[in-house]
Design a protein. Structure first.
Length: 277
């Protein structure tokens, strides 16, 4: 089973929930798809071992063959190629490696080279196998790294994907083709606004979903009214707790330090997987 844990905004506790489920699951693959700011590995004590350096293809022009006709630049929807007088300029950071430029080139003057964008590492602890994607600093394309990360991580059992925040392309790439998405939100105006966008996105993807309310407290009823109106099930509420916050600040997950929460997360996992994790 593939279970995604996502949120409409950052800082809601998405990683807290994903890691909590992984800890109680026993044998599980946890995939940190928040490749721009991964942090699951911090709770396991290190970065892990290198699995693969991830690369993408970028266009290269053979100037000896090129006639500077400009067909490649006109075909590139990403604006990664410019033909200036007698020179072709390829902007690597904008090239998506789609290969269209090579297809339209009448002189067969374009080929592809591989360019590194990041890496995938693996950590293992007590049956928890953590695959993490690290996007190199300055690289703009997170989605190809997430795609490769999902391919490398085995899905022959329970797989939990810790999504990036928001609703952009990296989030869509993480959530698509999963069996269920658990949205983590917080009872604030910002939390509600971003939750509505996340709900709309997941409905477009056709993935079943439910909600965990983190830092739950009284005084903001609009969140509950929205969830009830939309028929969105709330599977867990985690209170706004100073004790939990102190454990988190020390790099400790409260599921490991508080037995009552280990039991609650175990029940949550059973509910999500039908008891067959």
């Amino acid at each position: 089973m593939r279970l995604a844990v996502a949120s409409g905004k950052g800082g809601t506790g998405k990683t807290t929930v994903a890691l909590g489920l992984a800890i109680v699951a026993g044998e599980v693959t946890l995939v940190d798809c928040d490749v721009e700011e991964p942090d699951d590995h911090l709770f396991l004590g290190g970065k892990g071992d290198l699995v693969e350096e991830v690369t993408i293809p970028v266009a290269r022009v053979d100037e000896d063959k090129c006639t500077h006709c400009g067909e490649c630049a006109r075909a590139c929807v990403f604006g990664a190629i410019a033909v200036v007088k007698d020179q072709v300029i390829v902007i690597d950071d904008m090239c998506h490696g789609c290969g269209v430029c090579g297809l339209v080139c009448p002189e067969d003057a374009i080929h592809e080279e591989r360019r590194r964008i990041g890496e995938v590492t693996l950590q293992e602890r007590n049956g928890l196998h953590l695959y993490t994607g690290f996007l190199d600093i300055g690289q703009p394309l997170a989605t190809p790294l997430i795609t490769r990360l999902k391919t490398l991580a085995p899905d022959n059992g329970l797989q939990i994907l810790d999504s990036p925040p928001g609703t952009a392309c990296p989030v869509v790439e993480t959530i698509k083709n999963t069996d269920h998405c658990l949205l983590v939100t917080e009872p604030t105006p910002f939390g509600l606004f971003d939750l509505t966008m996340a709900v709309d996105m997941i409905r477009e993807l056709g993935v079943p979903f439910s909600v965990v309310v983190n830092r739950d407290r009284e005084g903001y009823e609009e969140m509950d009214r929205y969830l009830e109106k939309e028929g969105v099930p709330v599977l867990m509420r985690i209170p706004d707790s100073m004790e939990i916050a102190k454990l988190y600040s020390r790099g400790l997950h409260f599921v490991e330090a508080m037995p009552e929460w280990r039991e609650r997360f175990s029940r949550l996992l059973d509910e999500l997987t039908g008891g067959g994790a």
